[in-house]
Design a protein around this ligand. Structure first.
Ligand code: FAD
Length: 281
């Protein structure tokens, strides 16, 4: 963790672009509550295959309209060079300086992978097209990306993204702090010292957590699953336990030298802001 301790801490919140009017109001309420916490940036997800291209852009505009820095996610699978060039020009014109560069996953039914196969190719393309204009974040997987051929290969591929010009990384969420320490130390041994910020998913809903975790390859430790099972449909107890577990994880990571935290808010302010307050940030 030595290399991580040297970096200034960066805190950020992630939103997804709302689809309905109701979802838009929920997003606005969350943005208004979280904006005074003054994170370094608010990131906005990008739907697989470019499905949210316009809504991601609109959400980025709204964040910028609040005088806050937005970091759009950009996934390349299924995209052409021209379409990515076009998006980059739009963000540049909007004054965006921060991008989360991803491969993404091909939506079911879509077979043409487009001009890019891996996120490293996207990072290289962004650098070639826009020089140093953007600070580029990439994804990291302390518990290993579900499609990786091996843990070792996954780290090698992570290194390719950094070598291609990425500045820092945000991890997939995890509840095993040791997986993060192992990942960071392995990177450090390979000379990779960029900030690797833990992604934090506050636990608020049992079934949703299991569904997301199954899809993205994050492990929910047995003791957490068993406790959540005991609460049954008691949402209040789940949220209370979830906040305790997630706050303890954040406190441990920061004490160990993690260079900040990135909260997956799911467009809700309450869990992240309560954790923020409890951590005394
Ligand atoms: P890559 O880094 O390209 O890796 C994908 C897989 O390919 C890995 O298994 C890797 O080991 C392997 N690989 C990489 N390079 C090579 C190579 N040269 N040869 C062989 N194998 C290789 N998804 C979205 O659709 N929209 C979002 O907004 C979004 N935001 C995210 C934000 C964060 C912080 C994280 C952690 C994930 C996010 N995702 C998002 C999910 C992400 O798109 C998926 O996890 C996707 O499957 C991998 O994307 P990546 O950028 O990590 O891909």
């Amino acid at each position: 963790m030595e290399s991580q301790k040297r970096h200034a801490r960066v805190f950020s919140f992630e939103f997804f672009p709302p689809k309905s009017e109701e979802a838009r109001s929920a997003f606005h309420a969350a943005l208004e509550q979280l904006a005074p916490l003054d994170p370094r940036f608010f990131s906005v997800t990008f739907g697989a295959g470019g499905s949210t291209r316009e809504r991601t852009l609109e959400t980025v505009r709204e964040i910028a309209g609040h005088g806050k820095a937005a970091a759009p996610h950009l996934s390349c699978i299924g995209a052409t060079r021209d379409s990515i060039r076009d998006i980059l020009a739009t963000y540049k014109a909007l004054g965006v300086r921060h991008i989360v560069a991803l491969r993404g996953d091909l939506p079911s039914g879509m077979v043409d992978p487009g001009d890019f196969r891996y996120a490293s190719e996207l990072v290289r393309f962004i650098r070639a097209e826009t020089g140093d204009h953007f600070h580029i974040e990439v994804a990291a997987y302390p518990e290993v990306h579900p499609q990786a051929t091996s843990a070792e290969d996954d780290i090698r591929h992570f290194q390719e993204k950094i070598d291609a010009g990425a500045n820092s990384a945000i991890t997939q969420y995890f509840y095993n702090a040791d997986a993060y320490y192992w990942f960071v130390d392995t990177c450090e041994a390979r000379g990779l010292t960029v900030p690797i910020v833990p992604g934090i998913m506050p636990i608020t809903n049992h079934r949703q957590l299991l569904r997301f975790s199954e899809a993205c390859g994050a492990e929910v430790p047995r003791w957490i699953r068993r406790r959540l099972e005991d609460f049954g449909e008691d949402g209040e107890s789940i949220r209370s336990f979830g906040l305790d577990v997630t706050t303890a994880l954040c406190a441990e990571l920061l004490a160990a030298g993690a260079p900040g935290l990135h909260f997956y808010t799911l467009n809700k302010a309450a869990p992240s802001s309560v954790i923020w307050e409890r951590l005394g940030l």
